[in-house]
Design a protein around this ligand. Structure first.
Ligand SMILES: *Cc1c(COP(=O)(O)O)cnc(C)c1O
Length: 361
């Protein structure tokens, strides 16, 4: 058995995978596979509507927000967001390379103020002392820093529009959407496979720069939220199959009890692993304790044991662990334990760390 700790794309709920396989053979009892249907068939429009409805339900999204499913990944949102929202200046919290990349794209559209950065310590913590400039158009944060295992696990009060890249922790906990102007992310960490990008945007921001900046049709958020039936809204061909797998993944989240239940399970999984890291003499965590992510758990060999990194990697591999190599900028190990990662996998990794310690004492 394999234990999949990949950082993204990553493990999906078994149920979602099985449903997707079946839909490839026969979608909605049409006798035609989902890869071969028209996105204008009623059966597909129903999936679009239900998927949007699941987003609204699971995150309790207020009615004055639109939910969009786009292509291009979170990286495309790095410029879609400023293209649509940045008039003069934007503020960014630099908590990792994703945040840095987002800020870089914003510079094409206006001034960018980095209010704080944790680059000085390889992004191992979330800066706390900073002032959000009230003359900026928005403040951009990355709620979970996938590479470094730090997370902003609360919905902050922000005096200006708050924009969040939630690629790697969306649906892991309840979120007060009303505190955000816009939330976006790639689906491939917590809500589905690669190929679909979610955007949750407050309606009054649609067309914000009307008359001030001309936007390409596909870049303008209004294009994707414009249709009369907002639940079906498809300007062009959406990523049909990734949306279908996302639909099944969200149904799985709902059946488990929604994001409250998900959060409880995620906290339990993260505690199991962090407790072992803190207890085990061979390993140390890399992220500041108060900022530890419940999605990506980063650790390295403890001082004096650095030479055993390769050995542990081999040891873990033999026991079925997949994808635990840390990002090259942090080194060591990273276990991504997103929603769909079963607690059994976390327990297996903990056991593996204990066995490694015993074998090397
Ligand atoms: C993975 C990731 C991205 C990049 O997403 P793409 O969909 O590959 O463009 C951006 N931000 C965060 C926080 C991520 O984890």
């Amino acid at each position: 058995m394999k234990h999949n700790f990949n950082a993204g794309p990553c493990v999906l709920p078994r149920e979602a995978v099985e449903a997707a396989i079946e839909a490839i053979r026969d979608f909605d009892n049409t006798g035609i596979g989902i890869l071969e249907i028209s996105h204008r068939t009623p059966g597909w429009e129903r999936v679009m509507a239900e998927t949007r409805q699941l987003w609204r339900e699971l995150l309790n999204i207020p009615d004055n927000y639109e939910v969009l499913f786009l292509g291009g990944g979170a990286s495309t949102q790095f410029f879609h967001v400023p293209a649509n929202l940045l008039k003069n200046k934007a503020a960014y919290l630099q908590t990792g390379v994703w945040a840095k990349k987002a800020a870089k794209e914003a510079k094409f559209y206006g001034d960018v103020e980095i209010v704080a950065s944790s680059e000085d310590k390889t992004y191992s913590y979330i800066p706390k002392d900073y002032v959000i400039p009230t003359d900026a158009d928005y403040f951009h944060i990355t709620t979970n820093n996938t590479i470094y295992g730090t997370e902003i696990r609360y919905d902050m009060d922000c005096p200006i529009d708050l924009v969040a890249d939630m690629s790697s922790d969306i649906m892991s906990r309840p979120v007060d959407v009303s505190k955000y102007a816009l939330i976006y992310g790639g689906a491939q960490k917590n809500v589905g496979p690669a190929g679909v990008t979610f955007v949750i945007i407050r309606r009054d921001l649609l067309g914000k720069l009307e008359g001030e900046r001309k936007l390409q049709t596909m870049v303008d958020y209004r294009t994707h939220a414009a249709e009369e039936d907002r639940n079906i809204s498809m300007f062009n061909t959406p990523p049909v199959f990734p949306i279908y797998v996302m639909y099944q993944t969200l149904k799985w989240v709902k059946n488990l009890g929604g994001v409250e239940a998900m959060n409880k399970i995620n906290v339990e999984k993260a505690e199991l692993l962090y407790n072992e890291i803190d207890r085990n003499s061979m390993f140390v965590g890399t992220a500041a304790k108060e900022d530890r992510s419940i999605m990506n758990v980063c650790f390295v060999m403890a001082p004096g044991h650095e030479d055993k990194e390769k050995a542990f990697m081999e040891f873990a591999k033999e026991r079925g662990m997949v994808g635990i190599k840390g990002h090259r900028s942090v080194g060591g190990f990273r276990a991504s334990i997103y929603n769909a990662c079963p607690v059994e996998s976390v327990k297996a990794l903990v056991q593996c760390m204990q066995d490694f310690e015993a074998a090397n004492k």
